[in-house]
Design a protein around this ligand. Structure first.
Ligand code: SAM
Length: 212
């Protein structure tokens, strides 16, 4: 059996999407040189400090036992009368209590360069699963990605996001990755709660949903 067919996948993973434990760069020559490890002690261990340096952390184990992909069919929004605003679709939920500042997951996908594009050229081009990454790149989780591609925006469900997307340097490979972290000030995301970030106002503005 090939290595690929042995790859483990999270439960409820959609067959049309490739599960990716690590980013794939397109073209592969785009991948930057990794940092030389060990890194200096000046790097923090989480993003919630005033340091301008990227945090250093060990890659989270994937598929992750900390999260579960769930259909939103029976999930209500804050207003218990209405369906979740991302219904019909999926969301990502904690399977354990997750403490403040925990690195929960890696956001993986296809990484491409945005170096020669202005913000105006880039706006509206990305899929609903695309994130800006490491200054001159973006990661698209539309066709290939990890559990993190199922994370919804907090609007209409929570009063504040309980998680953030933030880059880190993998302690072992020296490569920059995109992480999903429990947000500062959130004592814990409780088992069963939906993990939610803010996509940013520009995400909704580009889709004609926010006007301010
Ligand atoms: C990265 S996907 C999130 C996962 C998605 N729910 C799924 O089932 O694949 C982003 C898309 O989810 C939906 N979504 C996420 N958060 C939402 C929210 N707060 N309100 C409405 N739609 C939301 C929107 O369609 C958005 O373009």
């Amino acid at each position: 059996m090939s290595k690929k067919s042995l790859k483990r996948m999270p439960p409820s993973w959609p067959s049309e999407v490739e599960y990716l434990i690590d980013n794939t760069y397109e073209p592969s020559s785009l991948e930057p040189q990794p940092y030389t490890v060990p890194l200096s002690n000046d790097h923090p261990i989480h993003p919630f400090t005033s340091s301008p340096l990227l945090p250093v952390a060990s890659d989270p184990h994937m598929p992750s036992s900390l999260v579960k992909i769930k259909s939103l069919e029976n999930v209500k929004s804050l207003n218990e009368q209405t369906n979740h605003p991302a219904y019909p679709g999926y969301g990502l939920f904690a399977t354990k209590d997750l403490k403040e500042q925990t690195l929960i997951l890696k956001y993986t996908g296809v990484v491409t360069s945005t170096k020669n594009e202005s913000i105006e050229q880039r706006n509206g081009k990305g899929s609903d699963y695309e994130l800006r990454f490491n200054e001159h790149y973006c990661i698209d989780g539309l066709k290939k990605g990890s559990e993190a591609r199922f994370i919804n925006d907090y609007r209409g469900v929570l009063t504040k996001p309980n998680a953030i997307f933030h880059e880190y340097i993998d302690l072992h490979s020296g490569r920059v990755k995109m992480g999903v972290w429990v947000r500062r000030g959130v004592v814990k995301i409780r088992k069963g709660e939906e993990i939610m970030v803010s996509y940013g106002k520009s995400f909704w503005r580009e889709r004609g949903i926010l006007n301010d």
